[in-house]
Design a protein around this ligand. Structure first.
Ligand code: NI
Length: 436
């Protein structure tokens, strides 16, 4: 990996900082030094191996982090927009999901990663089957990813097969290039009973791995379990990201707080499926680590964390009051809090942190008036992912000057489309099939 100097950019070190004009020196995928603009030492100025990028009129921020998605679900985008959650899940989603085979996954996952990279997202947490195929796409896309094998219990044999696949993926990809990590993804307490959640908790503990789970997404789940039940399985003894957490009572909130469960708030998916607005302001009052996720393309339908930030802000203001959630709270969710949930040196532009960066073009109407005191508000409420100009992951440009850098994008689109048509063809011929 090359030595890189990013010169003349405006830099937001993290959510609590003020924007400053700084130069950033990157080596071997990490941020090595940060200098006041123009204040560069000889060891950089005289080093002919340093590649210099002039980022005048650009805003450099930590890379945006998406803590809950299902990248392989791009096949199901815009398929069932106007259905209830139950109809969406049981009539539309699951019958198609049952038809998925290995060959459908790589390009579907890659397509989602292209969307995220062009939206300034550098890192994501994912839950799905066929983890090896998604991991291969992560290897080639260059993204940072926390992948978990989606687990559901039907029969003891089916369960064993899924766990074995999960463990094999862990062996194969955990720690790859210091940017792929494999965890466990028990889908939800209504698809995995308490006994098997306990088993997953013990496995994750043994491997020092992480958990991703959907919790209390829809109102009907409330009658089936409480978070106290899940706590008693020991699952939360592991680093856990709980997606959704919409329908919580006081006791549930206490359980999340006491067990330091990280919440992935997915406002667009929750609102679109009619599941409501999660009580995020209450969670923040209880010092719960709240992050943001897009959920998969099937429910959202876009993988755009800037949009989530905006919708999270306006929804909470509407649910509570305009003062209840601040711009900085929302920025923390995509940087500091997400990095904390993933236990990774990302989400800040600081010495020895990973060089995961998002670059915005300030020469756009959304960023005027140009005023350091307003830039962070512009980011949340005025700008959008269309203002993303470049994305760097692990010290490598994956998107630059609004173009993908080292991917044959057309090939991905073409192959994705081929398998999409094959899947729809399968769906029209069979009612349902396998047991993924
Ligand atoms: Ni989800």
């Amino acid at each position: 990996m090359s030595k890189i100097l990013l010169k003349n950019g405006y830099v937001l070190i993290t959510s609590d900082s003020q924007v400053e004009k700084l130069d950033i020196f990157i080596d071997n995928g990490e941020i090595k030094e940060i200098f006041k603009n123009g204040d560069l030492p000889d060891f950089i100025l005289l080093d002919k191996d340093v590649i210099v990028y002039d980022l005048s009129n650009k805003l450099i921020t930590p890379g945006l982090i998406n803590t809950h998605t299902h990248v392989a679900m791009s096949h199901f985008k815009s398929m069932a927009d106007d259905l209830s959650f139950k109809e969406w899940l049981y009539d539309s989603m699951l019958p198609r999901e049952d038809l998925l085979k290995t060959e459908y996954i790589y390009n579907a996952s890659f397509l989602s990663m292209l969307e995220m990279i062009s939206n300034g997202i550098t890192c994501f947490a994912d839950m799905f089957m066929f983890v090896d195929e998604t991991a291969k796409a992560v290897v080639n896309s260059g993204m940072r990813a926390y992948l978990s094998r989606g687990l559901a219990f039907d029969t003891p044999e089916g369960w064993k097969r899924r766990i074995d696949e999960n463990l094999a993926s862990y062996e194969k990809y955990n720690g790859y290039d210091n940017r792929i990590y494999i965890g466990f993804g028990p889908h939800a307490p209504y698809t995995v009973d308490l006994e098997h959640l306990k088993e997953v908790g013990l496995l994750a503990k043994k491997l020092d791995s992480h958990i991703q789970i959907h919790l209390l997404e829809a109102a009907w789940e409330k009658s089936q379990y409480s978070l106290k039940d899940i706590e008693n399985t020991g699952l939360f003894a592991n680093p856990t990201i709980a997606a959704h957490c919409v329908n919580l009572d006081e006791d549930d909130i206490k359980v999340l707080s006491v067990n330091r469960v990280n919440v992935s708030h997915n406002p667009c998916s929750n609102l679109k499926l009619g599941n409501g607005a999660a009580p995020i302001v209450d969670l923040l009052k209880h010092n719960i680590n709240v992050t943001l996720g897009t959920d998969g393309s099937a429910s959202n339908n876009s993988l755009d964390i800037m949009k989530e930030m905006y919708v999270a802000g306006i929804t909470q203001k509407s649910k509570y009051s305009p003062e209840s959630i601040k711009t900085v709270d929302l920025l923390r969710m995509v940087w500091d809090n997400a990095a904390f949930a993933l236990n990774e040196k990302i989400g800040r532009i600081e010495k020895d942190y990973k060089a995961d960066l998002t670059v915005f073009d300030l020469n756009c109407p959304e960023f005027f008036p140009f005023d350091f005191n307003r830039l962070k508000s512009h980011l949340v409420y005025s700008a959008s992912s269309k203002n993303v100009w470049a994305t760097m992951i692990n010290g490598v440009w994956k998107y630059y000057d609004k173009k993908f850098v080292d991917v044959e994008v057309d090939k991905i689109y073409e192959k994705f489309q081929f398998y999409y048509e094959k899947l729809e063809d399968d769906f029209n011929r069979f009612d349902n099939g396998s047991d993924n």
